[in-house]
Design a protein around this ligand. Structure first.
Ligand code: AQP
Length: 332
């Protein structure tokens, strides 16, 4: 039977790329009736420095973002990673399965570690083994993620296959990444060659799910574009990454294809397209921001929801970890 797992780091604020590439898809999968488990990966977040008070706020805010976007804590299992100890436990086992050569090829580490790799945390390097544990701990079959996580998902499959092969078992499933839709890679509003990211130093590069209507409109108005009008066919955007990105965002928010958006706005200047996009973004995102705000008024309720989710997650994870330990040869 299919089982879906995915997670987001509680760092800064949820941004539009996370929403369109991940959370919106999480909701669709939940509503299709599949068993869905969605995690707030706080153990991943601390692979780079987080002020403790910020981490706490971001964890509750992400929970609020999940719920405000349509995740239902009764239909889906919603919890934060550190409350289910099995993630770290299985992560250790996978540190002993994954090979240094595999890990050395991970591009996200290279990007996030920056120039002075000696100063990166060991956790940042082993991030993908913990992610494999997050997924395989639930015998997950499908993982909805954005394009940037593709390499980590491949590593997860390699770890599952090597574990099964080393121990001569058919225990961990070979998980399928689900990277679908028009918004699998939302780009920065300032640079069409960089993905939109929570941690980009420029706040103008992204739309935060907590931004108010004026801020959203201002960021779209100032988004980098080119002087040409919109073409009548998508092919005309092939060498115009910033323009293509805004069209994709419009398409994802309005549930249309990018071609339909281009057809609708063919011949129009960005001076006309941007206000339309801003209105659409505000119409779709403001209700979520308002609901997040309302939920954040009651942090005790959020904590209760996360604890409830953690209990349910633990019930699935504990027997799988126990079986893993037995396969490895640990005396229990
Ligand atoms: N720009 C994006 N377009 C589409 N999907 C995206 N995702 C992230 N950015 C985009 C997807 O969001 C999920 C959660 O990501 P994460 O928080 O675990 O870490 P990340 O991928 O590193 O996201 P950020 O926003 O860039 O965070 P920081 O800056 O903290 O690293 C994943 O499914 C991801 O694919």
């Amino acid at each position: 039977t299919p089982r879906v797992f995915s997670g987001i780091q509680p760092t800064n604020h949820l941004q539009l790329g996370n929403y369109l590439g991940a959370v919106k898809r999480f909701v669709e999968m939940q509503n299709s009736g599949i068993e869905t488990i969605y995690c707030i990966v706080d153990l991943h977040a601390i692979t780079v420095w987080q002020e403790p008070a910020d981490l706490q706020r971001a964890t509750r805010e992400l929970a609020a973002g999940y719920i405000a976007s349509g995740l239902d804590p009764e239909k889906s299992i919603l919890f934060n990673q550190s409350q289910v100890a099995e993630h770290a436990q299985l992560g250790w086992i996978f540190n002993c399965v994954a090979r240094m050569g595999w890990m050395n090829r991970m591009t996200q580490f290279k990007d996030k570690a920056g120039k002075d790799r000696e100063k990166a945390s060991v956790g940042l390097f082993s991030y993908p083994t913990l992610m494999a544990a997050d997924i395989l701990l639930y015998h997950t079959t499908h993982v909805p993620v954005g394009e940037d996580q593709k390499q980590h998902l491949e590593l997860t499959r390699d770890i599952a296959a090597k574990f099964n092969n080393d121990f001569g078992v058919d225990f961990f499933p070979i998980t399928e990444p689900v990277i679908e839709g028009v918004a699998t890679r939302v780009m920065s509003l300032r640079d069409g060659s960089k993905k939109m990211s929570k941690s980009d130093p420029s706040d103008m590069s992204r739309i935060n799910m907590t931004d108010d209507a004026d801020t959203i409109a201002k960021k779209i108005r100032k988004a980098k574009t080119d002087p040409d009008p919109l073409p009548d066919h998508l092919d005309g955007l092939a060498d115009r990454p910033e323009a293509r990105n805004l069209v994709n965002i419009y398409a994802a928010l309005s549930e249309a294809t990018p071609q339909a958006v281009v057809t609708q706005f063919a011949g129009k200047q960005f001076g006309d397209f941007k206000p339309a996009l801003a209105d659409l973004a505000v119409a779709k995102l403001a209700p979520i921001a308002n609901e997040m705000d309302r939920l954040m008024q009651d942090p005790a309720e959020i904590d209760r929801i996360l604890a409830h989710g953690a209990t349910r997650a633990h019930a699935i994870a504990a027997p799988i970890l126990e079986k893993t330990y037995k396969i490895v040869g640990m005396v229990r």
